[in-house]
Ligand binder design. Structure first.
Ligand code: E4P
Length: 217
């Protein structure tokens, strides 16, 4: 499973990229707002850091507007994936932009039916939002599993990009189901390294080592 980093924080992206943990990046209007930076400037900087797809989101609500914004965003760098929302207009824009050979990430997906339409429209990525479904007492991870089954049934090539990931467990669950990509905030990726038995074991080893009085270097 590939890891995308769900942030517009360039320092965090750089750190994860150096560790081989940033196969791509996803941004959205809220993350750009949080960065406090100009969308073109920060997106360009991100594209220069990572080799993989960097999603930049359109904000028009009509298909023509999304296509125009998508083409503009795509001028930022070759690794831009244009993000459009899963509306009827978004599907039209996806079809047009994908037809021009551009990578399109269809976002704000909350049902298997929506995911089928995105695949038919030629999306490179479909982004089902796990956390936001869980927030309203629905099962976000089940949606990832349903889309995996449907895409495999019909050999759809669209990549399942598990999004709105809120916990380290979401990452391993998405990997078990077979999501192609999971996008998570940097702190969630870092939390994947934590285990209380690792901390306890390390404390014990270090205490015993201290008693030996030895040094390695
Ligand atoms: C995905 O592309 C979105 O940017 C993101 O995962 C949304 O996550 P949130 O529901 O935590 O805002």
């Amino acid at each position: 499973m590939k890891f995308f980093v769900d942030t517009a924080d360039v320092d965090a992206i750089r750190e994860l990229n150096e560790l081989g943990m940033a196969d791509g990046v996803t941004t959205n209007p809220s993350l750009i707002m949080k960065s406090g930076r100009d969308i073109r400037e920060v997106t360009k900087e991100i594209c220069d850091i990572v080799d993989g797809p960097v999603s930049a989101e359109t904000v028009a609500t009509d298909a023509d507007g999304m296509v125009a914004e998508g083409r503009e965003l795509a001028t930022i760098a070759d690794n831009i994936a244009i993000k459009v929302p899963l509306t009827w207009a978004g599907l039209k824009a996806c079809r047009t932009l994908a037809g021009e050979g551009r990578m399109v990430n269809v976002t704000l997906c909350f049902s298997a039916n929506q995911a089928i339409l995105a695949a038919k429209a030629g999306a490179a990525f479909i982004s089902p939002f796990i956390g936001r479904l869980d927030d309203i007492n629905l099962d976000g991870m089940q949606l990832i599993a349903d889309i995996r089954t449907i895409y495999d049934n019909f050999n759809f090539k669209t990549n399942i990009l598990a999004a709105s990931i809120r916990s380290a467990n979401h990452m391993s669950e998405a990997a078990l189901i077979g999501a192609d990509v999971a996008t998570a905030p940097p702190d969630v990726i870092k939390k994947m390294a934590s285990h209380p038995l690792t901390d306890k074991g390390l404390d014990a080893f270090l205490a015993d080592w201290e008693k030996t009085g030895q040094k390695i270097v």
